[in-house]
Design a protein around this ligand. Structure first.
Ligand code: SF4
Length: 471
């Protein structure tokens, strides 16, 4: 999955001009923020759990080689077949080849952002294999011909009114009542027989348990069980950073993941898969494959400035609390992963040259790190990308020129004071009722919102007059 060809600014413009999108984002992120706050208020051990989660992930990162080999050994012992993919293309090719080997006409998928990352939906469609997304939100994304716009709520860019319309157009027996329950029933009727008639199931994994070779997937709809039990082949695709030493470590991280993602104490379903169907089992796949995907992760491991990103457990809290994401949603970021974590990860996958704008889509207010359940220093990592972009000469000439002027002015206090006072006067001139609606040089800001006009005296003037100093 590569970033879309429109530039970041063009995508952001499209998003900011869509009032229905803003309504959909506000509804979802507002609810997520409230629920997370309530969950944390009822869980006073959160800080201790966060420290533990961070230590678990750091320990695995330090001993990646050991745990990867242990996982592979135990997975094979359980009857699984393990495949290694170093790139996204290689990973999707392995999955498509396995589907062909199984003569698959129809595959069911249970939500996996890694599948999006490796371009699996497109690869399956191109191979002529019918792909059925079983997660309700992914089903909405598939009907709309979209991409997910959030890692936990992939269809958050749609209002319920839009979804109702889509279901009426696409479902064989659509709902007649305008309630959420009736819409869910409509999706259930549409999907149920497809679950049962799929040849292959493809799932993601939230954790890979090294000591048993098992995989763990959490869902709120129970579709992991329903998707993976009937077909004769089950393929798990997982990034190698999903490793944990053992079950207690997975549970320690689950306590953080669920509260941070949905504000619940536990997910509705926590599903473990360990090898194919065994003699005496009533159901389960005859073949069980695990595709372990690198796709830039070992590169992150080797770079001190990106290593901490491997702690990410994909909870989505950073984007729910990000002032930039909450204005424009996930599609504007262009890649698979949106929000602050996406702005760090997308340059790893697609190259900094193509994604240089993303690390700038941030006010560096620090909220993302504050809410991150494994304490990833996202603002520092974003600043690291900005720094590299500058050093590699990727910033446009206008930006370099502007920064050169700023450096010249800022390093001469008399000139800085003069410049600041001229700028403040100019802004007062353009201000009406305390707001600036348009002003030369501020177009990128005022195109979609007002800018507060300066009021009263400047900080420098107040400081010079001794105001606020202790007597
Ligand atoms: S960076 Fe932190 S907050 Fe964001 S998705 Fe990853 S774990 Fe969650």
């Amino acid at each position: 999955m590569h970033t879309s060809i429109l530039s970041f600014r063009a995508r952001a413009d499209v998003a900011l001009s869509d009032p229905k999108l803003k309504l959909a984002i506000d509804r979802t992120t507002g609810t997520a923020e409230r629920k997370r706050a309530a969950a944390l208020a009822a869980f006073p051990q959160f800080d201790a759990a966060r420290d533990r989660g961070k230590r678990i992930k750091d320990h695995v990162i330090e001993h990646f080689d050991h745990y990867l080999l242990e996982f592979e050994r135990n997975a094979i012992a359980s009857g699984a077949q393990v495949h290694w993919a170093s790139t996204a293309d290689e990973a999707s090719r392995i999955v498509v080849d396995l589907c062909r080997k199984a003569n698959a006409k129809r595959v069911t998928r249970v939500k996996s952002m890694l599948g999006e990352e490796i371009g699996l939906p497109h690869a399956l469609d191109a191979a002529g294999i019918e792909r059925v997304e079983t997660d309700l939100a992914e089903h909405i994304v598939q009907l709309g011909g979209d991409r997910p716009s959030h890692i936990v709520w992939p269809s958050m860019h749609r209002t319920r009114e839009q979804v109702s319309e889509m279901f009426k157009q696409a479902h064989r027996v659509p709902h007649t009542e305008e309630t959420i329950e009736a819409m869910v029933d409509s999706a259930r009727r549409e999907l149920r027989d497809k679950f049962l008639s799929a040849d292959v199931s493809i799932s993601g994994a939230n954790f890979l348990l090294a000591d048993t070779g098992a995989t763990c997937t959490v869902t709120n709809e129970g579709n992991a069980e329903l998707t993976t039990s009937p077909p004769r082949m089950h393929i798990v695709t997982a990034g190698i950073e999903k490793l944990v030493p053992s079950l207690p470590h997975a549970f320690a991280l689950l306590r953080l993941l669920v509260r941070s993602a949905t504000g619940a104490d536990v997910t509705q379903y926590t599903t473990f898969h360990c090898g194919p169907k065994k003699p005496g089992d009533l159901d389960g796949p005859e073949e069980f494959h695990i595709v372990l995907v690198d796709n830039g992760r070992t590169k992150m491991l080797a770079e001190a400035g990106l290593r901490e990103m491997l702690r990410c457990i994909r909870c989505g809290a950073c984007m729910n609390h990000c002032v930039v994401f909450r204005q424009m949603g996930g599609h504007a970021y262009g890649g698979t992963y949106p929000g602050p974590m996406g702005a760090v990860l997308t340059p790893v996958f697609d190259g900094l040259e193509q994604t240089r704008d993303l690390p700038h889509a941030c006010t560096l207010n620090g909220k993302c790190q504050e809410v991150c359940p494994v304490d990833i220093p996202l603002p520092t990592l974003l600043r690291g990308w900005r720094d590299r972009s500058w050093r590699e000469g990727l910033e446009p000439a206008a930006m370099r020129f502007g920064m050169g002027i700023f450096t010249f002015v800022a390093s001469r206090p008399w000139l800085y004071k003069l410049g600041a006072s001229v700028a403040v006067r100019a802004m007062r001139l353009f201000g009406r009722g305390g707001r600036i609606r348009s002003m030369p040089g501020l177009g990128a800001w005022t195109e979609h919102r007002d800018f507060p006009a300066p009021e009263g005296r400047t900080f420098m003037a107040r400081y010079a007059s001794g105001e606020g100093r202790q007597k």
